[in-house]
Ligand binder design. Structure first.
Ligand code: ZN
Length: 259
């Protein structure tokens, strides 16, 4: 374990000082030779996930060697900027689930009208304990709800989505990034998949409770949310996913509570 940690530190240092710094982190604004992989990268992902071409994190270009931001944090910031949400967040009341450390600092620095960071198991004093299945706020409280890679961990995703819809203001938006397989027609889970290894093999991670298929968009809109989903190519055509260390197949899961 210590050997792996030491290797990672050395790899991060090398990536920072190399003269071939062709990658760029939008979070810390540093260049690097490479981003660091998650575990052993895409080749080390469970075979079923590779066969189903799971669209989630960029496992090969995952962690920034300078600031440790993960690819999904970088991609979300890029999407929020490109959609205008980030620049207009000052006027918004924001609820942010499982707030990513660096992204939440950047959001906070924009001075949102109200910014509540929350988690089911908070580890920071400024993060409230909130269960997405029972959001303790009145109807129509928020202009923006951010739940980046949350739904795949929640046992009752429909209830979670109903709570998101209920607490969004009319016209309010939710960012709901979630890993899924475009090849799989139907989202699936099975109560027999009940060990860490079974969940890893079947759903892609030990603490995931299902594998979403291409019906994920219908599942989300079935609670009354309206899809405003865009692809990387539509919203970020000038950004090479490789250079920025993001998964170009990951769309921007943006939904709106319509009138
Ligand atoms: Zn960085």
């Amino acid at each position: 374990m210590r050997k792996i940690k030491l290797y990672k530190i050395l790899r991060a240092l090398t990536a920072r000082v190399s003269i071939f710094r062709k990658h760029y982190c939008v979070v810390c604004e540093h260049h690097a030779d490479t981003f660091l992989p998650y575990r052993s990268g895409w080749q080390g992902a469970p075979p079923l996930m590779r066969v189903l071409d799971l669209i989630g994190s960029n496992l090969d270009q995952f962690e920034c060697p300078w600031c440790s931001a993960h690819d999904r944090e970088r991609h979300l910031l890029m999407y929020m900027r490109a959609s205008g949400i980030f620049d207009n967040i000052q006027s918004m009341s924001v609820l942010h689930f499982a707030p990513e450390q660096r992204l939440s600092k950047l959001i906070f620095s924009q001075n949102p009208a109200r910014y509540i960071k929350c988690d089911l198991y908070p580890t920071a004093p400024d993060t409230e304990r909130i269960d997405i299945l029972a959001i303790p706020f009145m109807d129509k409280s928020f202009d923006l709800i951010i739940a980046n890679h949350i739904l795949e961990h929640v046992v009752d995703d429909t209830k979670a989505l109903q709570e998101v819809w209920r607490t969004l203001k009319v016209g309010g938006r939710a960012i709901l990034q979630t890993p899924y397989s475009q090849k799989l027609h139907h989202t699936w889970s099975d109560p027999g998949i009940d060990t860490d290894n079974a969940c890893l093999q079947a759903y892609g991670q030990e603490d995931h409770v299902r594998l979403f298929g291409r019906d994920i968009f219908e599942r989300i809109t079935s609670v009354g949310l309206e899809s405003c989903v865009s692809t990387h190519d539509q919203l970020l055509p000038q950004y090479d996913p490789k250079e920025y260390g993001v998964n170009g197949k990951e769309p921007f899961f943006l939904f709106k509570r319509p009138a």
